[in-house]
Write a protein that binds this ligand. Sequence first.
Ligand SMILES: Nc1ncnc2c1ncn2[C@@H]1O[C@H](COP(=O)(O)OP(=O)(O)OP(=O)(O)O)[C@@H](O)[C@H]1O
Length: 280
Amino acid sequence: MTVQSPDDTAGTPVIQTAVPPASAAAPVGEPKIKARDVKVFYGDKQALFDVNIDIPAKSVTAFIGPSGCGKSTFLRCINRMNDTIPSARVEGSIEIDGADVNARSVDPVVLRSRVGMVFQKPNPFPKTIFENVAYGPRIHGLATGKVELEAIVESSLKKAGLWNEVADRLHQPGTGLSGGQQQRLVIARAIAVSPEVILMDEPCSALDPIATAKIEELIDELRSQFCIVIVTHSMAQAARVSQRTAFFHLGKLVESGPTEEMFTNPRDSRTQDYITGRFG
Ligand SMILES: Nc1ncnc2c1ncn2[C@@H]1O[C@H](COP(=O)(O)OP(=O)(O)OP(=O)(O)O)[C@@H](O)[C@H]1O
């Protein structure tokens, strides 16, 4: 299906979702990620207020909302990237498969291999294409030798839809690829350590429409294997790629639910106002 009026700024947008019926998109069984009463402070300033959400496995969940509403802050709680911001303090609990990510016993480096992250700007290492993908499996001891490492690199690049474009130049710098290819390389790098969750923070905002379409197709393919959470400014993109959507406003999670319902029949007037372009 197509989505009209990308980014929804002109008039009242009509957003068509390309997702299964709402019943098929509802979480089944235990959620992969369970957040309870999550609050985040930067110094004295509170950026997130009591966020409660269940995020299913093998599905794409989109976080939408106006600039500064806390989408990225919440995303960063899931793999403890907020630990790297000295002024940030996180309260409440986030569990992945029932285990608290903030428990003392959790090594953030190991957590981040289980919960990979893709940023707005593609950030390949200043190394070859091969080394970009091989680095994680090597440091986490996932390959017993060269042949196994090569197999992981190949299968990760294939899953990221990049193999055919780079198979004959694996030993050239990753930074020599186009922006869209670099973003797929970064996704291959995340996949290479067999994560369970992939967090994407506006992964297409630096890409042209063709590269964006490729990443969106890739997200759709990857959802059969991973729990994917994507922050996006584009409601059209949320509608195209996600099965569930969460709307944030002023640091609060206003509502979340099956994407189709969120865009056709939101429960909260703030969501309605946002999706119809009344603010944003
Ligand atoms: N490192 C930081 N230090 C201090 N305040 C921060 C920091 N990062 C974010 N904030 C503040 O926290 C609030 C939420 O920001 P956040 O980046 O999570 O929102 P967002 O919804 O992802 O925004 P955008 O869509 O513009 O990326 C904002 O008021 C922002 O200024």
